[in-house]
Structures are given as C-alpha cells and as structure tokens.
Design a protein around this ligand. Sequence first.
Ligand SMILES: [Mg+2]
Length: 280
Amino acid sequence: MKKLIFAVIISATIFSSCCDKKETNRSKETVNEKDSTVYSVSEHQSMATLWFQKSAEARALFLQTYNFAEKLLTEKLKKDRFKLKKKKPKAIIADIDETVLNNSPYNARLIKTGTHYTPETWTKWVNEKKAKALPGARDFFNNAKEKGVEIFYVSNRSVKNINSTVENLKNEGLPFADKKHVLLKDKTSDKTARRDSILKNYDVIMYLGDNLRDFNENFKYTKNGNRNDSVKTQKEKFGDLYIIFPNPMYGEWEKAVYEGNFGISDLEKQNMRLKALKEN
Ligand SMILES: [Mg+2]
C-alpha cells in the first residue's frame, strides 16, 4: 500500500512539473520580450476591445439601448398621430460603425499585429464586408421601417467605399441599404451638411451614434472647449432625440486624452495617458 501511495505521489509530481513546464513554455511563446515590444504599440486597446467582444454587459447594453429606442419611437409616433398638420415624412439618422456594424475585429487585428490604424488597413477591412450587425440593430431598424420611418446612415467611412458598405449593410439584413440612404464622407468628417440635406425633406425624430459628433458638431473636441459642458447644456436631448451607444475602443473622446495631438510618439502617448488618469 505504502508503495502504491509513493507511486501516486511520484507520478503526480512528475505530471505537475511537466505541465508547469509546458505552461511556462507556452507563456513564453505567447509573450516573449520581443513580442511584448511589438504588442505595446496597440496593447493598451486590448481590454477595451475584449470588453466590446467578450462581455455580456456590452451585448446587454446594445440590446438595452435598442429596446429603449424602440419604445421611444412608438411613443413619438403615437403622439404624432394627434397632430393634424401634415408634416414631412419621418426619418432616423444613424451612424454605422460601432452603432450598427461591429468592427472590433479590425481593432483586434491592430493589437495582434502591433500596428496603428491606417486608411489602407481600414479600407481592406471595409472591403472584406465582414462586419456583423450589433445586437438589437437589425430588429430596431426593420421595425422602424414597418412603422413607416426611413433610415439614413450617415457615416465617416470614405465615399470610395460606398459599394462595399451598402453591401455589408444589406448582407446583415439592415433596411434602406442603398446609395440614397447611405451618406459617407467625401471631404469632411463634419456630418452637419449631410444631416441638413436630410432635414430639408424629412422630419428627423432620432439620432443614433457611438460618438457625440454623430448628433451635433457642438460636441467636436477643441483645445479650449469641454465636451462635458456641451453634454450638460444639451442634457434634455439624451434619451429623447439623441441615443448614444458605448464605444470604449476609439472615438472623439481620445482627443481629450492626447490633447488633440495624434502625431506624437507611442511613448509620448503612453505618458499622456498616464497624465490624464485622475487619482482623486
Ligand atoms: Mg461610429
């Protein structure tokens, strides 16, 4: 019996040391010193991207926001029934990226290859047409269509990528995926002119986006301005005219961290991030 216990202990020790070694080797292979330097370029984005891709909370937040938008839409249309004055047809303006379509795989690529965003790699991703509809989006927009509301997608994807963008939206089952309803960026990232062109002929009852500039250019980052103040002065519009979605991966908010300067080195950016963190 003693012999048997001894044998069990010995094999357990051998097994455990073998696996520890394996684990250590695997860890080393995964992140060695060289990799660590490469990954450091975009590694700071990994938790935000993982949150967006893996957390049930992210999924729930998208569903919650689209469910809320649906109730709001029903309420708005009900109120409108009692107005006798004939008005313009109703429309919703929605951003595309990280509002309707999920591009987090592109961010994952940047992290894994240790690279920054470039128009070339982004265009490649867009033309692959692999972006999936975010939770709740397909149902919300199709229900809005059934209720007689038109959808306009106003996005800062380049106008050169109109065909692949329309196709991607269509493949994901989004309504109004056509060139009349998809307004992309030609010269400026300011969406005001595109929004105004819709407002001429439509009564826009809701704006959806993951970036406050999807609603109004007052939310643009300026060195001396404070975007939080603009949120305060327009607070009644949130959950009424403006519907915001979470995007911790990128956006206008980053400019406040780097004080509007994206041209600085990776090390300087790292220092700016540290400087921007508040401890009290
Ligand atoms: Mg967006």
